[in-house]
Design a protein around this ligand. Structure first.
Ligand code: TMP
Length: 203
């Protein structure tokens, strides 16, 4: 039987990463084979593209196209084979991030992404997307705790992140069956409980 595809989304500093490992462990404890991966990245080529995307200044359309190029490689080399084997795939960001960041944040025409989405994965959508939502003022405090150098997206101004958040919430409102909004402005335990309850709904 084909595996299930779960994605995590949210603005920078939403705190999703700490819960992804927890969900993988939660699914593995139920006897499922789990592939934990991320975008941009997840393949040797994708990780090189990630490094460029996060650190190298580039034209806005190049950024969107490289996101989809990395995604195409990721789908062919990792996601599709895993789902076909019956594994569950847990992915830190996917195409909703392009709509939110390159569409909402950068202001690019979202219709172009719809064409690319059809081309790259017209046949496949996540079974479930958990959208970690919180005000950017809270996320900004978490970003400020980072000791490493901030990437190109984390360095963006507050209004960029507010637009990303809004675009995510619009997508969630348009696809409420697939995208579940998790209030990420709560304690770790409260968030963990909501995340596990939501994931259980597709187990
Ligand atoms: P991460 O730090 O959550 O792993 O994500 C890397 C950054 O890449 C994050 O700031 C969001 C950005 N991104 C996009 O702008 N568009 C995309 O399609 C994806 C997948 C990520």
């Amino acid at each position: 039987m084909r595996g299930k595809f779960i994605t995590f989304e949210g603005i920078d500093g939403a705190g999703k990463s700490s819960h992804i490992a927890g969900v993988c462990a939660f699914l593995a404890a139920r006897g499922l084979q789990v592939v934990n991966t991320r975008e941009p990245g997840g393949t040797p080529l994708g990780e090189k593209l990630r490094d460029l995307l996060l650190n190298e200044p580039m034209h806005l359309e190049t950024e969107a196209l490289l996101m989809f190029a990395a995604r195409s490689e990721h789908l062919a080399m990792v996601i599709e084979p895993a789902l076909a084997r019956g594994d569950w795939v847990v992915c830190d960001r996917f195409t909703d991030a392009t709509y939110a960041y390159q569409g909402g944040g950068r202001g690019l025409d979202r219709h172009k992404f719809a064409d690319l989405e059809r081309w790259v994965h017209g046949h496949l959508q996540p079974d479930l997307t958990l959208l970690f939502d919180l005000p950017f003022s809270v996320a900004r405090e978490r970003i400020a705790l980072q000791t490493r150098e901030l990437d190109r997206f984390e360095q963006e101004r507050a209004d960029f992140h507010e637009r990303v958040r809004l675009a995510y919430l619009e997508r969630a409102a348009a696809a409420p069956q697939r995208i579940k909004v998790i209030n990420a402005d709560r304690t770790l335990d409260e968030i963990k409980n909501s995340v596990e309850e939501t994931v259980l709904s597709i187990c």
